[in-house]
Ligand binder design. Sequence first.
Ligand code: CP3
Length: 339
Amino acid sequence: MSDRLLLKALARDHVPRRPLWIMRQAGRCLPEYRAMRETHSFKALSGRPNLAADVSLLPLRRYPFDAAIVFADIMSPLPALGVQFDFAPGPVVAEPIRSQAGVDALHDPDIECLAPEVIETVARVREAAPGDVAVLGFCGAPWTLAAYLVEGRGVKDFPTLRAFAAAKPAVLDGLLAKLSSAMADYLIAQANAGADAVQVFDSWAGLLSLADWERLIRPHLQNLLDTVGETGVPRILFVQNAPHLLDAYAKLPAEAISVDWRTDIAEARRRWPDRAVQGNIDPAVLLGGEDATRRAARDLLARIEPRGHIVNLGHGLLPETPLTSIDALVEAVHNEVVP
Ligand code: CP3
């Protein structure tokens, strides 16, 4: 356990080399994943622990990553709340929630009912992964889940969600409270099953102003992180496209903040000395090929000190990413001589 580089970085201990993993590392840029998708839907893959554990470990057969993230989706625990959805390719919710009645209809699930298949996958991945690899559990942040539940699907700038937040703040509050409590239980179950750390994905963090975020969203995110923190499992908070909220996010109780490529991560490291940071190469850079990737990786390593830094992209890998770019990133990180 103590030799898991990722955990050392989360504790801001000295590391012999910076840890590296990539968001969406198990997905469509791997030919072996695409082959599995020819015979199984995403739901079938993520719904069967033996298959989901295999998919979680696929990227580690090719690359010496320091973490395996459990193969599931932020939507996976929502059936336990009574939500029905499909993927096309992003989540499409059967009955979007836009009223108090919709919030009242959500179940208040027992912890064992929250995606038991994902919990079993976590246990299997921990069992099968090499000892020095950290296993990551995850969930969607309450606001990012609410974005899909209210809007019904991913839409640019989520106007229905923002209208709902303005028109029915009390209903939104009830929705976020239910999501926050369920996600805390879900992450605790993942930690109990063997997750070494957990990541909360707030992909749609940046849609509201700082004042509205403080008033409507922050209390629920804080509750979720506080509750999970009681177990002692380290927390990574991923925040996307929210430059105006970053200092507010860095005040939340999480061991690490994961930032996108718009952020000056070296400056973030200096401003938040008691947080680890994760990121933040632009995923599109990898589409630009090996040389562009190598330059971006070296530039990142040169700008930010190794201690408390987890190398990653600023958002998930794009499906068209050439595998040779991932090789170049791994090589740059592994060749660095850390003093
Ligand atoms: O490394 C991994 O692949 C881990 C598993 C993982 C998935 N989704 C699998 C998935 C993780 C960590 C997620 C998180 C997720 N899902 C987020 C947060 C991170 C982010 O990207 O911002 C969000 C917003 C979602 C919602 C979602 N699910 C979208 C937008 C999509 C479709 C578009 C896309 O980016 O793939 C999905 C479907 C989904 N989830 C796929 C995978 C591998 C694609 C399914 C397929 O067709 O194979």
